[in-house]
Design a protein around this ligand. Structure first.
Ligand SMILES: [Ca+2]
Length: 490
């Protein structure tokens, strides 16, 4: 189809009947007879996708939501997410997709730079003091983000929500990392509060006086960005929204009020602690349903603009579910069939929902068991827009999976994670075997566990005693994969 469109454009540029190519005319006639879909398989190949108009890319990344919190993965009877479920029912659902990390900043770094935590610049949440306050360790100038890649292809780019990869006037500020527009929380610390004193628009503070529910304003700013795009201009809209991260805080919990037996959460740490919440279950459920409504608002706008067909729309969460501020992940089964939560390298900390819609090429619901991760996003985008992948990237494009050509899909040899809190953790998954290493910063307390996921998705049976050589093999591979970092060590 790309070639046909191109041929037709060539003809229109040479109007007044000068250019008369008989073959092109016949093809165009067939095209306008609305049997173009029959021609797509003849012409479609990864390289051909960008020969026509480039797809918009919309990525909704929620914060600390578990894979079990939405109904479309492992069933969720207590929380309503009809819009996300409907989206999934028409999309490609990745069933074994990993977030970049088990906490926010490194996960977002991996997503945007295409590197896993053994190689990424930002491998943990790390605060840096500046004149304007505490911000997160910033991306250096030589780290290339997916937004910078897309800028080079003529995309308009925006991020709203939580950034976490650098403060104002640093090399890691979103506007220095390929984003035309930013609105929201530049630093993660401030994003714990849903009624902030101020948010940032690009690098400028916008005073709110603690009177505005931040998520609604963030969503509005993101929608406004899309509304202001010219139709022919492709855009990358990164909605890094903050629910359901603690605080548990939502202005109207009437949808769930009284539906659950509540255990109030009382803040005992003053300003540093999470907000007191008398109905944490109803509030958490309300925040998930708010995400669901927000997704619908974004989708509706894209459809109103007539852009849905060639828009890539992705929904995911940046790490496993949190268990702070009063949230009870067991009550909601927030981590589905998996073990662990945020800050764990068990599957519950890193296995994330990944719903991929692209109606032009994904015509019906499918599930894929292809093993993929956040660091695959950048190379996939490069593949889609037909541009070179930046050097040093660990990800593998999953475009063949998107195009339902799984037999052509290259596989990861292994999936590797490292983490620097809670004693230091490391995990590596290869051929179903997963080695988890704990207490790396306390060698005398080192713990090693080995699981075989195809038989034990809940990581309940540590098989290391009878499989020492397998564990040793994985440990060597993990240590080879880890590249020393100037900022993070155990
Ligand atoms: Ca997070």
């Amino acid at each position: 189809m790309g070639r046909i469109t191109k041929c037709y454009r060539r003809e229109t540029k040479q109007e007044q009947g000068i250019y008369h190519n008989f073959v092109y005319r016949i093809i165009y006639m067939i095209y306008t007879m609305k049997i173009k879909n029959l021609l797509i398989p003849v012409f479609l190949s990864p390289a051909a996708i960008n020969a026509e108009n480039l797809p918009n890319i919309v990525f909704v990344l929620v914060d600390d939501m578990g894979i079990g919190d939405i109904n479309c993965y492992y069933s969720q009877p207590k929380i309503q997410t009809p819009n996300i479920d409907k989206l999934a029912s028409k999309s490609l659902q990745f069933m074994q997709h990993y977030s970049g990390s088990t906490v926010s900043a490194p996960s977002r770094c991996c997503l945007l730079t295409g590197k896993h935590t053994g190689n990424a610049y930002i491998r943990g949440n790390k605060g840096i003091k500046s004149e304007e306050g505490i911000f997160d360790l910033h991306l250096p100038a030589n780290e290339t983000t997916v937004a910078e890649v897309l800028k080079q292809k003529g995309y308009s780019t925006m991020c709203v929500g939580k950034w976490g990869l650098g403060g104002p006037k640093t090399s890691g500020s979103p506007i220095n990392k390929g984003f035309d527009y930013f609105f929201g929380y530049l630093s993660q610390g401030n994003a714990h509060r849903y009624y902030p004193e101020y948010l940032y628009e690009n690098e400028n503070k916008v005073q709110l006086g603690g009177k505005v529910y931040s998520h609604w304003l963030i969503l509005e700013k993101g929608l406004n960005f899309i509304k202001s795009r010219k139709k022919e201009e492709p855009y990358f809209a990164y909605f890094a929204i903050t629910p359901p991260h603690a605080d548990l805080d939502y202005p109207d919990i009437s949808q769930y009020q009284g539906k659950f037996s509540e255990t109030p959460y009382i803040n005992k740490n003053g300003k540093r602690g999470f907000k007191t919440q008398m109905a944490p279950k109803a509030t958490y459920a309300s925040m998930i349903s708010e995400i669901d409504r927000s997704v619908e608002k974004i989708i509706s706008l894209i459809k109103e603009r007539g852009e849905w067909e060639n828009t890539i729309f992705i929904f995911s969460s940046d790490n496993g579910v949190h268990c702070v501020g009063g949230h009870d992940p067991k009550f909601f089964d927030s981590n589905g069939p998996f073990r662990g939560y945020k800050r764990d390298l068990y599957e519950g900390g890193i296995r994330t929902p990944f719903i991929f819609s692209w109606p032009k090429h994904i015509k019906e619901h499918r599930q894929t068991s292809h093993i993929s991760a956040f660091w695959d996003f950048l190379p996939t985008v490069c593949d889609i827009v037909n541009t070179e992948v930046p050097k040093g990237v660990n990800g593998i494009s999953y475009l063949p999976v998107l195009l339902n050509e799984e037999d052509k899909q290259p596989q990861h040899e292994y999936i590797y994670f490292e983490f620097y809190e809670a004693g230091g953790k490391q995990s590596i998954l290869k051929d179903g075997w997963k080695l988890v290493r704990l207490n790396l910063s306390k060698p005398n307390k080192l713990v090693e566990e080995l699981y075989y996921l195809p038989h034990d998705i809940g990581e309940e049976h540590n098989l290391i005693e009878n499989n020492r050589s397998k564990a040793e093999e994985l440990k060597k591979l993990a240590n080879k994969t880890h590249i020393n970092s100037p900022e993070f060590n155990w």
